[in-house]
Design a protein around this ligand. Structure first.
Ligand code: ATP
Ligand code: MG
Length: 642
């Protein structure tokens, strides 16, 4: 980290980005290679649509791979670790280049050209990253769908994206349990009205596959025919799409978020310098999945754009290379690969929190400078626990699939500034973040007033261009929450304190209305999670004839006795309820707190409060195809019956 006094103050840096976006981003654009320089930095002629760096031509793969060959061909680029198959392999930049070129040649041979879509349905293996880079190399638009998503979720994405080719594999694996992908994919293609012309399958040898003649191909066979084919990078206009990624679907029908090429490359390169503070020759370990935006941005593109090495990890956070339980596996990788930046989601830390804290001290973590967490509100107890355990700063960063990189985060690469527990910090450069009254749309400027977090256009580079093939949906989904105001709504609640630090209080639909009082589920969850006997909790509002709604909690206890022994449960429940009443008020006191072994989450680790709520109200929980573990919901259903 930059320890020398930094002459740039963040406040000035930020102001420049807002007041002079052209000059500011023209400067950031120098962080990447351009084939032809941009003709116009910012085009706002069709707001809320924005075009960044129009007229400039570039290529994401060139910037992520080829550009580094001159200076770091022999340095590690990709470190693929799987605790599912017990394998570890490092690819240098030169090796990465060779693999990507071969994968691109295969796509070309199958007739894929600029603008065509390629759907990638893969686990966290190196071949998935080769496939993504191969697409952008030739100007094809990738649509990565989280591996293991059920057929119906996959089918709706195939129909929407209409990929010419689908790249997949025989199977994924979770906790050393093999999950065959091919039958899920076959079923999805069967369900979809649109059919791809070819399917390329990477055979991991985990489970036999049945091939559909004329459609399915084994990747290694196709690659063998392309050993020495040269595939130059296609120079794309900065505004041509690089990918479509569907949102994780916590709140409804997923939207195809369309990203550009030049703006995204610049935004990511800038974020590595100013926010993640990770540089060429270093190693970044983002424990997420390429099916999510964090994976697109910080497993694949950003570290490679920076010339760093990226760790691609397949497996649970608590499983060793030998397949046995190992709560220190991530930290052992930090030691082994001298990782300087780790990035994951709070949900993973809550899993680790159920383990012996001594595991955090088992390995030499001297290379580690910061731990970044994003994806959900980071509660203070979890943040403190991991920060103290690892002895490094925890950097909460708040963003969405739509934005591609943080909206709110501390830009420690610009100026070292103190973080505050519970807050992701200050607006990132380029974002005019505001808090608006949810009904009137009036801007709330007094400290700690709660409203909806929004930002004003023009949106910065990296932000979504539109909803794939649906400009109208882009406008009405995001820009029409407040009549007469052209603001992008995040649909999250937030407050800003007197120092300008933001606090995200959860989704604007996660609100409980108890006897006319509106309470955020997060406030109650924070209070419950602060009890030393609780590892994780979800709070939902449940219909009540008297009060309108009451709060009901579902908590994972640290000691499973609270699940098995009703005496222990009763005692813990009473303590927890008392705590909420003391900290927030009697009104917020949950009517019940149930103790469960697991909570229903999406595959990206987000709590499915809506599904829990529906079950508590004896309603249909809706589409559960993106749920991680249906049994957790079934357990709650059983509980509600009795
Ligand atoms: P969908 O939009 O389909 O309902 P989703 O919103 O869960 O799915 P993502 O784009 O992956 O999909 O998640 C973005 C959301 O995650 C944010 O709007 C916010 O609610 C939450 N979030 C992300 N990072 C943070 C953070 N640091 N603190 C609090 N909440 C966060
Ligand atoms: Mg969302």
């Amino acid at each position: 980290m930059n320890t020398a006094p930094n002459p740039v103050r963040y406040a000035d840096f930020y102001r420049q980005s807002i007041e002079h976006p052209d000059a500011f981003w023209a400067e950031q654009a120098k962080l990447i290679d351009w084939h032809t320089p941009p003709q116009q930095i910012l085009d706002t002629s069709r707001l809320p649509f924005v075009r960044w760096f129009a007229g400039g031509t570039t290529n994401l793969c060139h910037n992520a791979v080829d550009r580094h060959l001159a200076t770091r061909a022999a340095q590690p680029a990709l470190i693929a670790v799987s605790t599912e198959t017990g394998s570890e392999k490092t690819y240098t930049y030169a090796e990465l280049h060779a693999h990507v070129q071969r994968a691109a040649a295969v796509l070309q041979a199958l007739g894929v050209t600029r603008g065509d879509r390629v759907l990638i349905y893969m686990p966290m293996i190196a071949e998935a990253i080769f496939a993504m880079l191969a697409c952008v190399r030739i100007g094809a638009i990738h649509c990565v769908v989280f591996g293991g998503f059920a057929s119906s979720s996959l089918a709706s994405r195939i129909e929407d994206a209409q990929p010419k080719v689908i790249i997949s594999t025989d199977a994924g694996s979770r906790g050393r349990r093999v999950i065959p992908y091919k039958p899920l994919l076959d079923e999805a293609i069967h369900l979809s009205v649109y059919k791809p012309s070819a399917v390329v399958l990477h055979d991991r040898g985990l489970v036999p596959m049945e091939l559909v003649a004329g459609r399915d191909h084994i990747a290694s066979t196709l690659e063998a025919q392309q050993q020495n084919t040269q595939v130059p990078c296609v120079w794309l206009d900065a505004t041509e799409p690089s990918y479509v990624l569907y949102t994780s679907g916590t709140t409804g029908k997923p939207k195809g978020v369309q990203r550009d090429t030049g703006g995204y490359a610049v935004a990511l390169a800038a974020s590595m310098k100013h926010i993640y503070d990770c540089h060429a020759g270093e190693t970044m370990f983002t424990a997420s999945d390429i099916g999510w935006v964090v994976g697109h941005s910080y497993i694949v593109y950003a570290p490679l754009l920076a010339g760093a090495a990226t760790v691609v990890y397949e497996g649970l956070p608590t499983q060793g290379l030998d397949g046995k339980t190992n709560g220190a596996i991530w930290w052992s990788l930090v030691e082994k690969y001298k990782v300087s930046i780790v990035f994951t989601a709070p949900t993973a830390i809550r899993v680790l929190k159920q383990q012996d804290p001594a595991l955090l001290k088992k390995h030499d973590l001297s290379s580690l400078r910061m731990l970044f967490l994003a994806g959900e509100p980071l509660d203070e107890p979890t943040a403190r626990w991991i920060s103290e355990g690892l002895g490094v700063p925890i950097i909460d960063n708040y963003w969405q699939t739509e934005t591609g990189w943080p909206i709110i985060a501390m830009a420690n690469g610009v100026e070292r500034m103190p973080s505050k527990f519970g807050s992701p910090g200050l607006p990132a450069y380029g974002y005019k973040v505001k808090i608006l009254h949810e009904v009137t749309g009036e801007e709330l400027t007094a400290p700690n007033e709660k409203g909806v977090v929004v930002f004003e256009g023009p949106t910065p580079p990296g932000f979504m261009q539109t909803v794939w093939r649906n400009d109208e949906r882009f406008i009405y989904s995001y820009w029409r929450s407040f009549p007469d105001r052209m603001v992008y709504s995040t649909f999250d609640w937030g407050i800003r304190d007197a120092d300008g630090y933001f606090y995200i209080l959860g989704r604007s639909d996660d609100v409980i209305n108890i006897a006319g009082h509106r309470l955020g589920t997060r406030e109650i969850e924070e209070s419950i999670a602060g009890h030393p006997g609780v590892a994780e909790v979800a709070v939902v509002g449940v219909e009540d004839p008297l009060k309108g709604q009451v709060a009901v909690g579902f908590a994972i206890p640290k000691d499973s006795a609270a699940i098995d022994d009703s005496e222990v449960a009763k005692k813990l429940e009473n303590e927890v309820m008392h705590r909420v009443a003391e900290q927030i008020g009697a009104l917020a006191r949950p009517s019940r707190v149930h103790f469960v072994a697991a909570l229903p989450k999406t595959r990206s680790g987000k709590l499915l409060r809506r599904a829990i709520q529906a079950i508590c109200e004896h309603r249909d929980p809706g589409d559960l195809t993106t749920i991680d573990d249906v049994s957790s919901l079934q357990a709650i259903r059983e509980m509600m019956k009795s």
